[in-house]
Design a protein around this ligand. Structure first.
Ligand code: G3H
Ligand code: 13P
Ligand code: ZN
Length: 309
């Protein structure tokens, strides 16, 4: 089917009460694991690339690997820039073949966020590319931004209509209590579904995006620790909360940390079980399988986007 935008995916997801998985990709094994899983369960897919991923693997390698995955699987795949910091990085990804970009103006004032987002939307739409904006600030660490828990801020529903109207964005990421990374909740996980519901009321039929949505799967954290790693136990977003968000207006659910945990757990276990191995294929093949199993489980048991092609 080729590279697609998220427009049709989101319309169907909104109506159907499910969400599309947006998985971060950094190398071939991750791309193969995710796309093979999605192919087996017939799920539309968003593969997203951060500034850090572009620095690590280079834009052209990721682009060609995703094109290869599309040719290999026949899936409809949107290629999305995750957390674009400024106009230039968004333009570079639009010019470089992405079908979707995020402009993350959440660290700016409301007015500056609107101006920056609108500039990206105007350019993107002229090239047939869709744009995700963000209102509210998630805690956690991404390549370019490190937001402490104190600086994080829930989205103010009173701002969403003006933001969407003035910018023309195609989807909106909101902050309702999730955070980036493997350490999300110190106490019991709690999400502000009241904010999501209010946003949905104010923006009917409009796709909402949930960042920081990894569940920090305990089996993988345990496997890492049992095999020489050192990860403090932390709670991620419970799967039931993700299902609830998917039934509401959330159409895109971002997952990166769980992929990292699955891959690292597999590699650590492999080296413990087979200390004599030194061929990268010996440990990367099971790591790729771990990614595949994780993504299949997310699609079928959490996101509900299987059999939606
Ligand atoms: O939201 C951030 C993603 O997990 C990407 O992380 O910037 O380290 O590639 P990264
Ligand atoms: P996690 O760190 O919870 O996987 O979130 C990833 C994300 O939001 C990417 O934009
Ligand atoms: Zn994010």
């Amino acid at each position: 089917m080729g590279i697609v935008t998220t427009t049709e995916m989101f319309q169907k997801a909104y109506q159907g009460g499910y969400a599309i998985g947006a998985f971060n990709v950094n190398n071939m094994e991750i791309i193969q694991g995710i796309t093979e899983a999605a192919m087996e369960v017939k799920a539309p897919l968003i593969l997203q690339v951060s500034a850090g991923a572009r620095k690590y693997a280079k834009h052209v390698y990721l682009m060609k690997l995703i094109e290869a995955a599309i040719e290999d699987t026949g899936l409809p795949i949107a290629i999305h820039l995750d957390h674009g910091e400024d106009f230039e990085v968004c333009k570079s990804c639009i010019d470089g073949g992405f079908s979707s970009v995020m402009i993350d103006g959440s660290k700016h004032s409301f007015a500056e966020n609107i101006a920056l987002t609108k500039k990206v939307v105007d350019y993107a739409h002229s090239k047939g590319v869709v744009v995700e904006g963000e209102l509210g600030k998630l805690a956690g660490i991404e390549d370019a931004v490190n937001v402490s828990a104190e600086d994080a801020a829930f989205t103010d529903p009173a701002e969403v209509e003006e933001f969407v109207e003035k910018t023309g964005v195609d989807s909106l990421a909101i902050a309702i209590g999730t955070s980036h990374g493997a350490f999300k909740f110190k106490g019991e996980p709690r999400l502000r579904f009241d904010i999501l519901e209010e946003v949905q009321k104010r923006l009917p039929n409009f796709p909402i995006v949930l960042h920081g949505a990894s569940s920090v799967i305990p089996e993988y954290v345990d496997m890492i620790n049992e095999n020489g790693g050192k990860m403090p136990g932390a709670k991620g977003v419970p799967e039931e909360m993700l299902r609830q968000a998917s039934r509401l207006a959330v159409c895109k659910i971002n997952i990166d940390s769980d992929l990292r945990l699955a891959m690292t757990a597999s590699v650590r276990k492999h080296f413990n079980d087979f200390p004599e191995h030194f061929d990268p294929r010996q440990y990367l093949a099971p790591a790729r399988s771990a990614i595949k199993e994780l993504v299949k489980n997310k699609i079928v048991n959490v996101l509900g986007c299987d059999n939606k092609i």
